[in-house]
Design a protein. Sequence first.
Length: 309
Amino acid sequence: MELEAIYRQDLSLLIALQVLVEERSVTRAAKRLHLSQSATSRILGRLRQMLDDPLFSRVGQQLVPTQYALDCYRKLQGPTSELLTLLTPSAFVPSQCRQAFTLAATDFAIQGLLPFILPEIYRQAPHIRLNILPVQHQTLTEQLSVQGVDMAICRALGQASPLSSTPLGRVGVSCLVSSDHPVADRTMTLRDYLHYPHATIAISDGVKAIVDAAIAQHPPRHECLRTAHLDSALALLAIHPLIITLPEGLAEMAAARHRLRVKPLPFDIAALNYSLFWHSRCELDKAQAWLRGMITDLIRPMLAQQAQP
């Protein structure tokens, strides 16, 4: 029989057959199926027609199944058990999850957020697989819908509909200088910022565009390096009196590791409000919902702490 032919059959009748074999009584089977006795008798008639077998003979008040009915009952045990498992909601257990996830993230999130939250995620779900890709702001909807990315950590650029999102927090922008930079031990002014050579980090976060917009009325700064990775800029600190402009979290981390000085921007910029985005195709998946919850619960306190003066 072809699959299409099976579709045209009323497969619920096979469940009724299992109940009839177990109960050996139309009355008791009707009670389990929440049907009337006459409706259950009609189902037995339809079963006999569909399977071309009498299925039962009556001995007193009891139905005695034929060998064919017993064979059908035995063969149905596996499929119906699997159907029960499929249709019965089960609790999600992170430690048993072996699902693969694809996550898109900005330069800052990849360097300044994910390294701090991944250990806890893998502690709870050691068997999951994560594939982390650079976010593509201009095609974010396509990334999350047709390109297979499950969720994205970034700020909203333009219209995010029809994506779902939850806010993660605000990302600030700071500057890094070496301990022997001319402004290392004093307040950095706008004049200083415009005078000294620059490196800009975390390009995909839009840091350069936001900073440039804030100082557009001033002469352009000398930007000698633009890169997604902080290490490239750190390598130039011994050569240039460099001011490195980068997200706050990265600045604090690098300052602690390399004995650098963090300087606040000497002007105001637009906010970098980060969110977690996902497509409706992932909305109801329990593993996806768990990972979204983990990312949100772990990143929000980090960004809140960085935002404190």
